[in-house]
Design a binder for this molecule. Structure first.
Ligand code: IPM
Ligand code: MG
Length: 351
């Protein structure tokens, strides 16, 4: 368990509370990461933390990033830990399910009738594209400062993530939306060509291609129609935040980042809330632990082959919302909010 910064420690503690009741046999060891490590004079991803991950089946991650590191170079920032973990464990498949809890439709910035029934999963490529391509630097050329990031994809990287998306779509509503920018980007042209080729193996799945700007628009226009969305790293970063807020709170959305390296036949993975560190509410026991709790459920499903345990947690969270329980950011005026710990306890009572 790598709690990290901001609200990370309190939401992962809440998730662990739930997890240990469902699976008392799971051994969980904590280690510093991100700003929590930098503050102790360690690198963002200390060697000991990495060694612990090497010995583990999965990582339950909190969040990393703090305002005081904003101006620093990437290796000096808490986010570098995530950058390294994703790269070094090749966690290429980032699954971000977006679902509106029954009873929470009124929390969305969109009208309830648009929001009802949103149930999609964003499949984001996580170890390629502009995040990792070389060259990636700031430099001075003829006395003029410039900076470059490189967007590069190799066909096999596209193939493996698109395949995961097709498999997920096949097990769901059989609709896959592939998002690119093929009117401008060469990487997108390759993306589309590879995706079309793989689509021949999945004739039962309806594939559509959307340009990323159109996708951004349609996500607010017809969110309920999306089933599985697959896209490259940076588009996925942006669209998954947009999709997340449709549900009313970014504090409810879990994620799984799955790797190639298997443990006991299951993928090694990193499981984290997508909502970030929320420094302004950190340490106050008010953050919504739902995303962290549901990340623990995803951990059971994907890395520990425990579907039953995962569903138990997911149903308990559903019930908590159906019973009207809310943390501060979701509470309706007049009602009193539950603290982070109290919400976790309420989930435990509903397991
Ligand atoms: C995410 C985050 C990260 C990303 C940051 C913290 C580096 O925004 O997981 O979506 O950009 O991938
Ligand atoms: Mg992001």
């Amino acid at each position: 368990m790598l709690p990290g910064d901001g609200i990370g420690p309190e939401v992962t503690r809440a998730a662990l509370h739930v997890l240990t009741i469902v699976r008392p046999d799971v051994e969980c060891v904590e280690a510093p990461v991100g700003g929590a490590a930098l503050a102790r004079g360690l690198p963002a991803l200390p060697d000991q933390t990495r060694a612990l991950c090497d010995r583990s089946n999965a990582i339950l991650f909190g969040s990393v990033g703090l305002p005081q590191y904003e101006g620093k170079s990437l290796p000096q920032r808490p986010e570098y830990a995530l950058f390294l973990l994703r790269r070094d464990y090749e966690l290429y498949a980032n699954l971000r399910p977006v679902r509106v809890f029954a009873g929470l439709e009124d929390a969305s910035p969109l009208r309830p009738e648009i929001v009802r029934g949103i149930d999609m999963i964003v499949v984001r490529e996580l170890t390629g594209g502009i995040y990792y391509g070389q060259p990636k630097e700031q430099r001075s050329v003829g006395g003029v400062e410039e900076a470059v990031d490189t967007m590069i994809y190799r066909a096999p990287e596209i193939e493996r993530i698109v395949r995961i998306a097709f498999e997920l779509a096949r097990a769901r509503r059989k609709r896959l939306t592939s998002v690119d920018k093929q009117n401008i980007l060469e990487t997108s042209r390759l993306w589309r060509r590879v995706t079309d080729a793989i689509a021949r193996e999945y004739s039962d799945v309806r594939l559509e291609h959307l340009l990323v700007d159109t996708a951004a628009m349609q996500l607010v226009q017809r969110p309920g129609e999306f089933d599985v969305i697959v896209t490259e790293n940076m588009f996925g970063d942006i669209l998954s935040d947009e999709a997340a807020i449709l549900t009313g709170s970014i504090g409810t959305l879990p994620s799984a980042s799955l790797g190639v390296r298997g443990r006991e036949g299951r993928p090694f993975g990193l499981y984290e809330p997508i909502g970030g560190t929320a420094p302004s509410i950190a340490g106050k026991n008010v953050a919504n632990p739902t995303a962290a709790i549901l990340s623990a459920a995803m951990l059971l499903r994907h890395s520990l082959a425990d579907d039953a345990g995962a569903e138990r947690i997911e149903r308990a969270v559903d019930r908590a919302y159906a019973d009207g329980l809310r943390t501060a950011e979701l509470v309706r005026s007049g009602d009193s909010p539950l603290s982070t710990e109290a919400f976790a306890q309420a989930v435990v009572e509903r397991l």
